[in-house]
Design a protein around this ligand. Structure first.
Ligand code: NDP
Length: 247
């Protein structure tokens, strides 16, 4: 019960990695708010959380709009009184080689992944500043560290998240708000299921632990960074990738 009595907001928590974070955090004692554009899936995950004996809210939330994010934060504060943990997990891909990449695909990925993380951090950290405590975990990617052909938009958004993590960690540290990032490698989710088989085999061959990661592996890292065990860690990026990228 490492998160007993805490309230966590998980963006994109309806399915995939976000869903796994919600369920693990609930098992560890946290009440959970899922903010997702996919309200139908969010409600299913919220029902699973309630079955674990925790409070759960699912909100339709598009992280690209600061106004909508602020409305959601106000609703959470009215209903649950506080937000102790923010997991900026909502993310999308719209792949294509840089020379052929449409402006709309560049803009959409930056808007959800990078601006969405900024919007939620800005709105939630105001409440955390008053509380003089908080944990923010941003889901980046190893692609933001090493780059990847066909993912200029995604790589730039995730590298931006790593830089944003360091800056917000410095700005918020004096009020005991820790901000860290988790950079997953190749994780078994719907996002990776749609990749071509040839590319999957190539990536698998580059993983020293010789297997794909599971959403639980990412959730475990988020739990550590949100728990008291990580009280003296801020501004860091924890890579969860089976050894693909070693500094
Ligand atoms: P999924 O696509 O499985 O789930 C993402 C969730 O976010 C979906 O419920 C999606 O809704 C929701 N979402 C999309 N856009 C928005 C938005 N504008 N506002 C709020 N919610 C939104 O993704 P994963 O679980 O695979 O990935 C989660 C995070 O982990 C992402 O940030 C991703 O970049 C990162 N990551 C994933 C890796 C992997 O291998 N899977 C590797 C490295 C990083 P909808 O159902 O409508 O799409």
């Amino acid at each position: 019960m490492r998160l007993q009595g805490k309230v966590a907001l998980v963006t994109g928590g309806a399915r995939g990695i976000g869903r796994e974070i919600c369920l693990l955090f609930a098992k560890e004692g946290a009440d959970i708010v899922i903010g997702d554009v996919n309200l139908a899936e969010a409600e299913k995950t919220a029902a699973e959380i309630k079955a674990l004996g925790r409070k759960s809210m699912s909100l339709h939330l598009d992280v690209t709009s600061f106004e909508k994010v602020q409305e959601a934060v106000n609703k959470i504060l009215d209903n649950l009184g506080k937000i102790d943990i923010l997991i900026n997990n909502a993310g999308i891909t719209k792949d294509g080689l840089m020379l052929r990449m449409q402006d709309a695909d560049w803009d959409a990925v930056i808007a959800v992944n990078l601006k969405g993380t900024f919007n939620c951090t800005k709105a939630v950290s105001k409440a955390m500043l008053k509380q003089k405590s908080g944990r923010i975990v941003n889901i980046a990617s190893i692609i933001g560290i090493i780059g990847n052909p066909g993912q200029a938009n995604y790589a730039a958004s995730k590298a931006g998240i790593i830089a944003l993590t360091k800056t917000t960690a410095k700005e918020l540290a004096s009020r005991a708000i820790n901000v860290n990032a988790v950079a997953p490698g190749f994780i078994q989710t719907d996002m990776t299921a749609k990749l071509p088989e040839e590319l999957k085999q190539k990536m698998l061959a580059s993983i020293p632990l010789a297997k794909l990661g599971l959403p639980q592996d990412v959730a475990n890292a988020c739990l550590f960074l949100s728990s008291d065990d990580a009280a003296y860690i801020t501004g860091q990026t924890l890579v969860v990738d089976g050894g693909m990228v070693m500094a």
